[in-house]
Write a protein that binds this ligand. Structure first.
Ligand code: SF4
Length: 398
């Protein structure tokens, strides 16, 4: 009896919570300009139809599989569709479902992610897969709010999965969508402001068609990627919204969206060491080392790199401190790599060390002085992920 009472009480509380959420949503909707809402709803319907007719065939769109949509959306966060395709195919071949992703060793996962950057996203994929196996029996939950609680899933990804895979009427707002909306509404507010993103979310959740939310979300993303292009060059004559679009009608489409300039990137000078030696059986090995667990490229392998341009003399001093005596040092050229907040200016040195006393043997690499791990080119190709920041020096090591 007592148990039944508490269940009833809990259900009543849940009901009140839902009512409050609905009231809040209604309150927000009430703040939206009626005319804007009407025009956006009309455009949303047109976009869903346009997408049904013209949407591109992409490997992750063949079925409405939540796992595939999730993986593709995470990969697409900083990379263009064409570049993602080969990564996606390779990833799916090896990790076709949640269970295989939850089981994969981290080193292998990072190798599959090599070249996509933002390695914390790959680590979060695995963390999320483990949690989904434990709490949801291996399927991503069919609910926007539950998705939001999972590692690495933010409002955009949760919206994409919930709407495309499960038909839940929630928007998926990213930079593409904000650009389209700013032009469509002729809105001059700065789209990098969280309040503008929030308003876009509220407007779209009220305006989107409730019977085909996935097609609408895919339609607006597709429009942003293929027609309402960034960089002031929208292809309005090909746009299904041309007649409705306020930005186009007012001749402002090329000036929008307004977006505050990002903070200038910090530049760091780095000296890159390509330390090589031969083993007793004539195999060439290169030293790699794990980066610190926090900060840029956390926990990933790198070619040993040092702060500043320290010159050949500095390199010799550093090697002596590590107990290494080089046979030869030559310059391996300069390179630059741009990360999201920092830029590396690099100066490389190719360093030949005395031969190792032992034969290479498969998988015998172990950490040595300086935290260096000496690996051959096959191991570098197949096993260890080297961030693309070191791409310019790959020709010396592969
Ligand atoms: S009409 Fe032009 S500016 Fe407006 S949404 Fe379409 S492509 Fe973008």
């Amino acid at each position: 009896m007592g148990e039944q009472k508490s269940r009833v009480k809990k259900a009543a509380e849940e009901g009140t919570k839902r009512e409050k959420a609905a009231e809040k949503a209604a309150e927000k909707t009430a703040n939206i300009d009626e005319r804007q809402l009407e025009e956006t709803a009309q455009a949303a319907r047109l976009l869903a139809d346009w997408y049904r007719r013209t949407g591109r065939e992409l490997p992750w769109r063949k079925d409405k599989d939540a796992y595939k949509i999730w993986i593709s959306e995470i990969m697409l966060q900083q990379t263009r569709i064409e570049a993602v395709k080969p990564y996606y195919a390779r990833f799916m071949e090896e990790l076709p479902d949640m269970a295989s992703l939850a089981r994969v060793p981290e080193e292998r996962l990072l190798k599959l992610w090599e070249g996509l950057g933002y390695y914390s996203r790959a680590r979060n994929l695995k963390k999320c897969a483990v949690q989904v196996m434990e709490e949801y029996g291996g399927s991503l939950p069919a609910d926007y709010n539950a998705l939001l609680k999972l590692p690495g899933i933010g409002p955009y990804t949760a919206g994409a999965i919930a709407s495309i895979a499960y038909g839940q009427a929630v928007p998926a707002v990213d930079g593409n969508v904000l650009r389209v909306l700013a032009r469509f509404l002729a809105d001059r507010e700065d789209i990098s402001q969280p309040a503008v993103r929030k308003r876009a979310w509220t407007l779209l959740s009220a305006a989107m068609p409730k019977d085909c939310p996935g097609e609408f979300n895919e339609g607006i993303m597709e429009l942003g990627e293929t027609v309402c292009l960034p960089g002031g060059r929208p292809l309005c004559e090909k746009c299904p919204l041309e007649k409705l679009c306020r930005g186009r009608r007012q001749g402002m489409e090329e000036e929008l969206p307004v977006k505050a300039a990002p903070k200038p990137r910090r530049t760091e000078e780095r000296t890159i060491l390509i330390l090589q030696r031969e083993t007793a059986d004539g195999c060439r090995q290169t030293a790699i080392r794990r980066r610190p667990g926090k900060g840029l490229l956390a926990g990933l392998f790198e070619l040993p790199s040092l702060d500043g341009f320290i010159g050949e003399e500095g390199v010799r001093r550093y090697l002596a401190e590590q107990g290494l005596s080089p046979l030869r040092i030559e310059k391996a050229g300069q390179a630059r790599h741009v990360f999201s907040h920092v830029e590396w200016d690099m100066e490389g040195y190719l360093i030949e060390l005395a031969a190792a006393k032992e034969a290479a043997g498969a998988g015998t690499a172990g950490e040595e002085a300086g935290g260096f791990l000496y690996v051959d080119s096959r191991q570098l190709r197949d096993r260890y992920a080297l961030p693309s920041g070191f791409r310019a020096y790959r020709k010396w090591i592969l």
